[in-house]
Design a protein around this ligand. Structure first.
Ligand SMILES: Nc1ncnc2c1ncn2[C@@H]1O[C@H](COP(=O)(O)OP(=O)(O)OP(=O)(O)O)[C@@H](O)[C@H]1O
Length: 961
């Protein structure tokens, strides 16, 4: 039969064991719940929920602090009791429980105090868990006490627990009551709040407005920032407006893009998933040997983790063997220690890992950079028009950010995490749970302090970066604009400006530097406190218990191993977000699809002569403003078509559509009866040769630049093309002949040389259709004649489209198309159009032509600007201004020009007479009124007669007509 006393004892023992487990389980559960739910909240972007402005936030915070203090009081009461009773066999599980609860709820309190945006469910869930665990623990502790001896200290303990329970319960009630009231108020006040702002925004909205103001002051997110400069004498202050630097703009845009996409995706998981497009460039999908290498690198990392555990352990064993605590041979132990150190060194596993990794790393660089480069080259004009080349280049280089991110996560974060967990377990097993607690508490407090300090320094760092750019901008502007600075005698002013910017930057840098120093000092202090606590405990265990001096050495070594991972994890968030911004730039490009692509199975263009037909073509760059409206014409094979019209009329756009830089929005373009959208892009572009107005050459030799049109062309073919372009002799006269480098964008060549090299290139290509944006650049008459000869060679027998700027080109064209406001208003040969007495004839009669050499207009000096502005022709007079300016160059010989003008005049006169006769016939009763009733064109022609008595000719002389 069971003895009732024994049964009582067993019950007590059982409840004691359960109690001990609960003492550990309670804080672990609460901490795990808090960490996991907070992480999920961050990943699913719950931080921006409207819950953040809870009306009872403050009271809940103080109740939480009260609970933390209650744990502390409980702990102190236990210590006081132990000291007064002189019984130092404190229950370990109770002490750990109290310490852990102080840590966990203290952390939650700090989060609630610090963070402007609060997600409540991790906190309320933790309180809920406390409400479940606390009564169970208290009941079990009552059960495990000997029933006859309830001490006053136990009454105090029960009292503290009860008050704490009440505080937890009150916090829960306040949370739900506050939420319910807020909802109710929101319902009733919704109309009033329309003017005040949405609910829950007040506090944070103010905060964000303050942030915005702050940002504006710092120049972030704005186009300008300012620096106040003060001179020593007279305290003169001036404000320097600085445009946002390209780097700042790129960073801002990428950050905005990242935030936008993050919001769209809804959470970090889906957001991170979009980066999976890069996986094939990082993971060698079709390369088994590289995959094996990656596997081996993984094994190396795990081995390294294992060795990291063994080294401190071995050091401990070595120390003990030296002290005679164990019977191991110190010589053998030191050899093992040396072997382990070798394995862990740069000459051991690390060497093997890096050797294995090098080909994988280069694979990734190769795959990523070639894919990004090829993708960018295959994107269409709309993309390239909208991005600057430096932006694109920066984005391509951002491929490195993705590798960095993976490197941080896979090869640093995961092994370090494993190291930390192993260290924690090993220390807990060797020195007991106190040591484990000290390790965890130190890590948690360290991480908290380090991350909040980094966040605090963010704003100061932004200010420093802005000041850096300010300094750079002023320096660069001063040096670049040295001539202006010197001409206006402003060297002193620039010196002061620069000195103020340097001082401003130094002040900000010092602030940031001090911040970092203080942050490191705090972090070091936390680690030192943890180390001291751990060391005291270990010394106690060495002197009183089972631990050995060797194990103490092991503890110190492990501790040193913890420091690096903690520092790394504290900065991980920041470095990942920086890498994400970089990756975002590349992702945006990789996700952009080319708008001009081949249709599936598109056949090559079948060229049968070169007939080009525009059929009711409409086009718009941005789907808003129509640039071309129902343009229709047909160019027969071999025909030369010249487009004439005001600047911005859409002439160059017609050429771009023909080369399929863009697709028409309506209508169709047909070459030899085939819609250019239905044939392959490559076959189309093979048939077309383009000579742009401002040709761009590569920074290479003349030979290579010309050969670019046909990479397998022989030297002879290149020479022939250059001869045809009338540039061969000139090239031979260069220092290194055809091997002369032309400089960036062909800077070392003159305008005329550059154009002829571009023409030679087009001649070498032997295109079937030629697109020519005729240059108006000022070259001497002889050079111009040579360019014309070269062009003649190029266009011979080919269907040619010219955006014409020279009267000679226009007159020689088979067909002239007059484009106005995106519409084809006139079409015909020179003679036909003169006879038609329309827009084209009007152009002639008004004589708004630019002189070939110095760019001045015959009718207005305003046209002088035309040439100075690098052929961006400005309107020459008011009439032309209305049309946007034509910039036509009168390059005709005097006699030809006179003859043509005479024709126009005669034609005009005839037309006037004819008109007059018609009017007289129809309005017989109103005879004699014809001369007074002259229409607009008559009067304008009259005006023009007055103004066109002089005509500018190539000799730069004004001649009487
Ligand atoms: N890439 C582009 N994106 C948006 N609009 C554009 C683009 N290129 C040209 N435009 C606009 O289209 C219109 C027609 O331009 P286009 O270059 O065809 O004129 P143009 O008649 O050739 O003028 P110019 O003789 O001065 O070269 C202009 O208003 C211009 O601003």
């Amino acid at each position: 039969m069971l003895d009732p006393y024994d049964a009582d004892l067993t019950e007590q023992q059982a409840s004691g064991a359960a109690l001990a487990s609960l003492h550990y389980a309670y804080p672990i559960t609460v901490f795990s719940y808090y960490m996991v739910s907070s992480t999920i909240a961050i990943c699913t972007l719950q931080t921006s929920s409207s819950e953040e402005a809870h009306p009872r936030r403050r009271i809940i915070k103080w109740l939480l602090l009260f609970c933390v203090l209650s744990y502390l009081v409980q702990l102190l009461a236990m210590l006081v009791e132990a000291i007064t009773q002189k019984t130092f066999d404190l229950e370990q599980d109770v002490i750990i429980n109290l310490l852990s609860c102080i840590l966990v709820f203290g952390l939650e309190f700090a989060g609630l105090s610090d963070s402007p945006k609060v997600v409540w469910h991790p906190i309320i869930g933790s309180i809920g868990l406390a409400l479940v665990f606390e009564p169970i623990i208290e009941c079990l502790s009552m059960l495990s006490r000997p029933s006859e001896s309830i001490l006053p200290a136990e009454f105090l303990d029960i009292g503290i627990v009860s008050v704490r329970y009440l505080a937890f319960a009150l916090a829960t009630v306040f949370y739900f009551e506050g939420g319910w009231n807020a909802k109710k108020e929101k319902g009733t006040d919704s109309e009033r709040q329309g003017l005040l702002g949405a609910d829950g925004q007040s506090g944070d909205e103010n905060g964000s407005k303050a942030d915005q103001a702050n940002e504006q002051q710092n120049g972030y997110g704005t186009n300008a920032s300012s620096t106040t400069e003060s001179s020593g004498e007279g305290n003169q202050t001036a404000t320097t407006e600085r445009p946002e630097s390209p780097w700042e703009r790129r960073q801002r845009e990428a950050r905005e893009q990242m935030e936008k996409r993050l919001k769209e995706k809804g959470n970090w998981f889906t957001y991170a998933k979009s980066f999976l497009v890069f996986l094939p460039y990082i993971w060698p999908v079709n390369n088994k040997s590289l995959q094996v290498r990656i596997g081996l690198v993984g094994i190396c990392l795990l081995t390294m983790n294992f060795v990291n555990v063994l080294i401190p352990r071995q050091l401990g064993i070595l120390m003990d063997s030296l002290g005679g605590i164990n019977d191991k041979n110190p010589w053998t132990q030191v050899l093992i220690f040396g072997g382990l150190k070798l394995v862990a060194s740069e000459a051991g596993i690390s060497l093997l890992r890096q050797w294995l990794w090098i080909p994988v790393e280069y694979y990734s660089y190769d795959a990523m950079s070639t894919a990004a480069y090829s993708h960018v080259l295959n994107l269409s004009s709309d993309f390239h028009d909208s991005k600057s080349s430096s932006d694109i280049m920066m984005a391509i280089n951002s491929g490195q950010s993705i590798s960095n991110m993976l490197d941080s996560l896979c090869f640093r974060a995961i092994p370090m995490l494993i190291d930390m967990v192993v260290a924690f377990i090993y220390l807990s097993v060797t020195f007991g749970p106190y040591e484990g607690f000290i390790t965890i508490a130190t890590s948690v407090i360290f991480m908290y302090i380090a991350t909040s300090m980094i966040a605090r320094l963010k704003m100061a760092r932004k200010g420093e970066v802005s000041a850096w750019f300010e300094e750079h901008y002023i320096r660069q502007a001063g040096i670049q604009g040295w001539t202006t600075v010197t001409c206006f005698n402003q060297i002193g002013h620039e010196e002061k400006r620069y000195s103020a910017a340097v001082k401003n930057r130094i002040t900000k840098s010092q602030k940031v530097q001090l911040g970092y120093i203080l942050s490191y000092a705090f972090q070091f202090l936390v680690l030192l406190c943890g180390l001291l606590a751990g060391a005291f405990l270990a010394v106690y265990q060495v002197t009183h218990g089972p631990a050995t001096p060797g194990q103490f050495i092991m503890l110190l070594t492990y501790w040193a191993q913890l420091v690096a991972p903690l520092g790394f994890f504290a900065g991980l968030g920041k470095s990942i977000s920086r890498d994400l911004i970089g990756a975002e730039q590349l992702l945006e490009i990789m996700q952009t699809k080319p708008s001009i692509v081949d249709k599936e199975g598109a056949p090559p263009l079948e060229f049968t002569g070169g007939q080009v037909q525009f059929d009711q073509v409409c086009f718009s760059y941005d789907d808003k403003k129509e640039i071309l409206k129902n343009v229709s014409f047909t160019a027969t094979p071999g025909m030369t078509v010249a487009f004439v019209g005001a600047t911005g009329a859409g002439k160059s756009t017609i050429l771009k559509l023909l080369d399929r830089f863009y697709d028409v929005t309506k209508g169709a373009i047909l070459i030899d009866g085939q819609d250019i959208r239905d044939v392959s892009l490559s076959s189309l572009r093979t048939q077309i040769g383009v000579v742009p107005q401002a040709p761009v050459l590569f920074d290479d030799t003349v030979m290579n630049n010309v050969r670019y049109a046909k990479l397998d062309a022989t030297d002879e073919e290149v020479f022939e093309a250059c001869k045809a372009a009338s540039i061969h002799e000139q090239i031979l006269g260069f220092t290194d002949g055809y091997q002369t480098r032309v400089g960036e964008r062909g800077i070392k060549l003159s305008g005329g040389e550059l154009q002829r090299v571009a023409i030679a290139r087009a001649i070498l290509k032997k295109p079937a259709i030629v697109l020519l944006d005729e240059a108006t650049s000022a070259v001497d008459t002889e050079t111009e004649q040579r360019i014309q000869d070269a062009l003649k060679q190029l266009c011979e027998g080919r269907t040619t489209f010219i955006v014409a700027h020279r009267l000679s080109t226009i007159m020689n064209a088979d067909r002239i198309m007059v484009v106005t406001g995106g519409e084809l208003v006139e079409e015909g040969s020179h003679e036909e159009l003169i006879r038609a007495n329309g827009k084209y004839a009007e152009l002639w009669s008004r004589q708004i032509f630019v002189k070939p050499q110095d760019g001045s207009s015959s009718s207005s000096a305003a046209a002088e600007d035309n040439n100075n502005n690098n052929n961006k022709n400005k309107p020459a007079n008011k009439d032309e201004e209305e049309e946007g300016g034509h910039g036509l160059v009168n390059d005709l010989p005097t006699e030809v020009a006179e003859l043509e003008l005479a024709k126009v005049k005669v034609n005009k006169k005839q037309q006037q007479q004819q008109q007059q006769q018609e009017e007289e016939a129809t309005t017989a009763t109103d005879a004699g009124a014809g001369s007074d009733d002259s229409d607009d064109s008559t009067s304008s022609s009259g005006d023009s007669e007055d103004s066109t008595d002089t005509l500018v000719t190539p000799g730069n002389k004004k001649e009487e007509v």
